[in-house]
Design a protein around this ligand. Structure first.
Ligand code: GLP
Length: 259
């Protein structure tokens, strides 16, 4: 894993945005996996600024969803499709039809396999943005998820429902079920970019980066991925035992370079 540590969430967003801009410059029709939650918002703002300044264009990029709630009415402001259209795509001048996601109208057992087919038809995901849950989940792969899992229905843990309650008027409104790319599915992306900011993520990030690979911390499966960049702020990186070593390594690099 490559680890980049920055002082704060905005600086993290700039680094992640630079990686995405570099990818799209190389491959204008890249397939980019978007994530929801608060963590990627500074990245989306930095991307929008780059578009505004004429430094990037996302006109030909194909976007895909990492996960989605099940059971919210279509167009609900907290459905992940609506969130991504509002927070990520519209500021980039991209319309919602360029965001490919699971087809929720299908019978539940067909949603995952059909979405996998669509991802495969795109030729796979070039870069997948990932946040991390306070319990170490990525996407909505909660602890105990199979490390080889594919896209499927999941039931959320109470901790994740509590964590996500801030987005809903009433905590009881947080859906119980979701569709998520599996850990095996995520593992097939070309470049996984795991973003973590804030002290509340320190424990999960330490387990993911330095702990044993285990379904107890689903993000730890990324240790098997051949191309992962972890971008964290000081607060989220604070628990890493190897931080001095990483800092030394980074200090001796002229600048972050795309792979
Ligand atoms: C949700 C999403 C995850 C996200 C996590 C963390 O559970 N399904 O993809 O990483 O929240 O969110 P936040 O960035 O708001 O802490």
């Amino acid at each position: 894993m490559e680890l980049v540590v920055k002082p704060d969430a905005d600086a993290v967003g700039e680094v992640v945005a630079d990686m995405i801009i570099a990818l799209v410059a190389r491959r204008p029709d890249a397939v980019i996996g978007l994530a929801t939650g608060s963590t990627p918002l500074p990245t989306y703002r930095a991307l929008a600024a780059a578009v505004g300044e004429g430094r990037a264009s996302f006109a030909d990029v194909r976007f895909v969803m990492l996960d989605e709630y099940v059971g919210l009415p279509e167009g609900h402001p907290e459905s992940y499709r609506t969130v991504l259209e509002r927070e990520a795509l519209r500021p980039l001048g991209v319309t919602g039809d360029r965001l490919i996601g699971p087809t929720l109208s299908l019978p539940p057992e067909e949603i995952g396999p059909r979405y996998e087919e669509r991802l495969a038809a795109l030729g796979g995901v070039d870069l997948q943005l990932l946040g991390i849950g306070s319990d170490g989940h990525i996407g909505f792969n909660e602890p105990t998820s199979s490390l080889a899992s594919r896209t499927r229905w999941k039931t959320l843990t109470q901790q994740t429902r509590d964590d996500n309650a801030r987005f809903f008027d009433d905590p009881a409104d947080v859906p119980r079920h979701v569709i998520t790319q599996g850990l095996g599915t995520i593992g097939e992306c070309g470049h996984a970019v795991l973003v973590a900011t804030g002290a509340a993520k320190a424990e999960a990030l330490t387990a993911a980066v330095e702990g044993p690979v285990s379904a107890a911390c689903p993000a730890s499966v990324l240790q098997f991925h051949p191309h992962v960049t972890v971008v964290a702020d000081d607060a989220a990186a604070a628990g890493l035992q190897g931080l001095d070593y990483y800092r030394f390594t980074l200090a001796n690099k002229p600048a972050w370079q795309p792979f």
